[in-house]
Design a protein around this ligand. Sequence first.
Ligand code: ZN
Length: 222
Amino acid sequence: MSISSKAQATVIKRKVKPVIILASDQKLTNSITARYQKTLKYIEDWYHYWISKGRTTKSFSFSNILSVKSSLNSKHWVYLSDISAMGPNRFDLFYEAQKVLERNNYNNPNEIYLGMIYAGEFTENKLGAASARRCAIIPPQSKQECVEFSSNNSPQIPSLVADCVYAAAHELGHCFGLGHTCDDYKNDSQCGNSFMQQGRPPNMTMLTQEIDRLRAKSEWFY
Ligand SMILES: [Zn+2]
């Protein structure tokens, strides 16, 4: 790598691409997009909060929300989510969602995608969040609205949307190269509260070691 391209890499502000994967029988409305937007803003602000703690490093942003139509209907997506609770089918929903992104050419190895499956309005969250390499997928979520992130990191947040924030932040964490906290930092008594373990907002944290590892990824954390 030449000096100039290295210097450039440290200032490029990389954006994660959020893509709503729409079930074939659903229509995307402004209010659905706005709800996702609020959740993404919370995730973005939460990452910024931890990454910039006492440092000058900033964190990735999300680009505008994209959307793609899938050929599977809502029932099928919910079925895939339900069977993800069974070991052998754990990643069926992920693979289907990843295929939809790839078919729409959202498979650039230099990008990170967050696929969000929309299959109707639910009063609960569905299962099946997963990630591999540059692709994170979250299953259909409840219609709970996300709150705004606050600078003291402790807004009251409805529990279902807290789970959704956790799922997306966690899967993206894998895309950024992190493993599970209590595997990687066994001796840290706080490992369980990390977003890469079981931490949920408003008590979801990031260990200093994780911050340092993310900061080393200069393209996304700059
Ligand atoms: Zn994980």
